[in-house]
Design a protein around this ligand. Structure first.
Ligand SMILES: Cc1cc2nc3c(=O)[nH]c(=O)nc-3n(C[C@H](O)[C@H](O)[C@H](O)COP(=O)(O)O)c2cc1C
Length: 349
C-alpha cells in the first residue's frame, strides 16, 4: 500500500463513517444570573504559542500528498481564509519523500498567504525533514503527531516506538517555529504530558477519543473487524483535557480536540483552560458535502452560540472564561479521583 492511496483512503473512509462527537456530559457550567458583560463586546481572540488567533477554533491536520488532497487543501485554505481561522495541513512526509507532492501542501500558503498555518509531520521524522516541512509552508508552527494505535492497525504501519521522545527533543532543538505535539484521537495522558513538558514542549494538542476514530478507519481500509472494545481504545477528550491541564497549568498552551463538533463542547474546553479548539473530521465533511458557504455559516453559528454561553457565565473574553466555574461529575470525576488528578483548581474558581 503506497502512502498516496492511504491518504486518499483516509479521506474516503472518514467521509463514509458516521460523525461522532465527544461526550462532555460529566462537565457542567454554572449559570450566572448577574453576568455583568455586554454580549456585543465579548471578545473571542486567543493565542497559541504567542500567535494571535482571531477565533479560538482552527482546522486541524487533515491531508496533502495526493492530487485529491491538493484539491481538498485548496478548499480548506479558502474556507479558513474567509473565516479568518488558522489551519494545519496533514502529514507532509509524502512531500519529503517526493518533491513533486510539495505543491499539494504549498497550495495552502498560496491561497492563504497571511494565514496562521501549521506544518505537520510524524514524531519519528528526522529533524532536517521537520525543518523542511516548516519551510515548505513558511509555517507559523509545527505539529508533530503521535498515532501509535493507528500505526498498529495498519498492516504497513510502524512497529518501532522506541526513541520517539528523544527524537521530539532533537526536533524541538532544531526547529525555528513553535512546536505543537498532538494526538490524533486517542487522547493524551498525564504521563505523556509530563514526558513532553519534561523535555520542554510547551504546546500540547490532546486529540482525545470521541470524534474521528483512526482505528476504525484503518480497520475499514483493511476490511477487518477487530474486537469492539479495541475500537473504543483511548482517553475520552474531556478526561484527557483534565489530565493534561493538571500537568500544563499556566506553563504552556493546551489545545482541545477530538470530536469537538459543537459550541457547548468547544465552550467547556475553553473554560477548562484550552487556548483553542481543533476540528478535523466534521469540517472536511461539511466543506466537501455542503460547500464553503455552508461551512462559513456553520462556523458563524458555532461562534455565536459560544458567545451566548460566555455571556451566561459572565465571561468577557477567552482569558476571563478560564476563571468561570465548571463542575465535573460522574465517571469523569471518578476517573480523576482514581488517577490522583487534582481538580481543586476548578473548585477554587
Ligand atoms: C481524513 C483525516 C486525515 C487526517 N490526517 C492527519 C495527519 O496527516 N496528521 C495528523 O496529525 N492528524 C491527522 N488527522 C487527525 C486530526 O488532525 C485530528 O487529530 C483527529 O481527526 C481528531 O479530531 P476530530 O475528531 O475533530 O476529527 C486526520 C484526520 C482526518 C479526518
Amino acid at each position: 500500500m503506497t502512502r498516496i492511496s492511504r491518504k486518499d483512503d483516509h479521506i474516503n473512509f472518514s467521509m463514509e463513517l458516521p460523525t461522532h462527537s465527544a461526550d462532555f456530559k460529566d462537565c457542567a457550567f454554572v449559570h450566572m444570573s448577574l453576568p455583568g458583560v455586554d454580549f456585543d463586546n465579548i471578545d473571542l481572540k486567543t493565542t497559541i504559542a504567542g500567535l494571535s488567533l482571531s477565533l479560538p477554533i482552527f482546522i486541524n491536520a487533515i491531508t496533502g500528498g495526493t492530487l485529491l488532497s491538493k484539491e481538498i487543501n485548496s478548499k480548506l485554505a479558502s474556507a479558513a481564509r474567509k473565516a479568518g481561522i488558522a489551519m494545519a495541513v496533514g502529514s507532509q512526509m509524502a512531500a519529503i519523500e517526493n518533491k513533486e507532492m510539495e505543491r499539494t501542501f504549498k497550495v495552502v500558503r498560496e491561497i492563504y498567504p497571511e494565514g496562521i498555518v501549521f506544518a505537520n509531520i510524524g514524531a519519528y521524522a528526522k529533524p532536517k525533514d521537520a525543518e523542511k516541512a516548516v519551510k515548505m509552508l513558511e509555517a507559523s508552527a509545527l505539529q508533530l503527531h503521535l498515532n501509535v494505535p493507528q500505526e498498529l492497525l495498519m498492516s504497513e504501519g510502524d512497529r518501532h516506538f522506541k526513541g520517539y521522545l528523544d527524537n521530539i527533543k532533537r526536533i524541538k532543538e532544531n526547529i525555528s517555529v513553535p512546536l505543537i505535539v498532538k494526538e490524533v484521537g486517542f487522547g493524551m495522558s498525564r504521563e505523556t504530558a509530563l514526558k513532553l513538558t519534561g523535555i520542554g514542549v510547551k504546546i500540547l494538542d490532546i486529540g482525545g477519543r470521541g470524534g474521528t476514530n483512526f482505528m476504525q478507519i484503518e480497520a475499514s481500509r483493511r476490511g477487518i473487524q477487530p474486537d469492539k472494545e479495541l475500537l473504543n481504545w483511548g482517553i475520552p477528550t474531556l478526561t484527557s483535557l483534565l489530565e493534561v491541564m493538571d500537568v500544563v497549568k499556566n506553563n504552556g498552551d493546551v489545545i482541545a480536540s477530538g470530536g469537538i463538533n459543537n459550541a457547548m463542547t468547544a465552550a467547556k474546553s475553553l473554560c477548562l483552560g484550552a487556548k483553542a479548539v481543533g476540528i478535523a473530521g466534521l469540517p472536511i465533511k461539511i466543506i466537501l458535502e455542503q460547500g464553503e458557504d455552508f461551512f462559513l455559516k456553520w462556523l458563524e453559528n458555532l461562534m455565536y452560540n459560544l458567545k451566548i454561553i460566555m455571556a451566561m457565565v459572565g465571561a468577557a473574553n477567552i482569558e476571563d472564561f478560564r476563571n468561570k466555574p465548571l463542575v465535573i461529575t460522574g465517571e469523569t470525576a471518578c476517573w480523576m479521583d482514581k488517577r490522583g488528578v487534582d481538580l481543586s483548581w476548578l473548585a477554587r474558581r
